[in-house]
Design a protein. Sequence first.
Length: 220
Amino acid sequence: MTHKILLRNFIILLGILLGLAACADATGVPGAAGPDVLYADGFVPGETGNWVVEGDNAGQTSFINEKLVIDLAENNIMQFTTLPDMTFDNFILEVDAQLVAGDLGSSYGVLFRMQDTTRFYRFEITGDGLFVVERRDGEAGWTRLVDGWRDSPAIKRELGGINRLRVEALGQSISLYVNDELVHQFSDSTYTSGTIALDAGTFVQPEAQVAFDNLVVRRP
């Protein structure tokens, strides 16, 4: 009887482990398994995508503790890290993002449907609970797709708080979420496909550190 109980417990445990494994691919990203997943990255050394990692005295991007980390030293700057090898048109993107250090007014977020480094959509939040949606049109500058910076109670307002950002892009319809709460929708046909990037920025106050983890891009 004892052997049968032990065997049954072993089978149950094995089933649980297999179930957990089915929820993540080799990257270790939760929910990154399945035929609908186009890309996933847990930022594990040696297993990350071909991110453009660069920096100078003003800002630096690196991989630290299995996270993509952007460090900014100066005020009024923006730094982003692109994934140039993959182009997405219709997709759902999710990523964990957190302001680790710096002024709560510092910003961080996702660039998507990038044509190049000066043409893209930008979904950005701040540590003090604001968000903005913009389109960069090269030399023509920025076009706001929401009326200024808006307050959202969905955003965690603290250093180290993890905010799950989600972008749903289907044709010209874009829906943006923070921690599973819809914060904005808009329709725009300027860019229909492109690459993605992760970014961070400062305003009046210098110095900020932002970390990203558990990135998943899947089909709608």
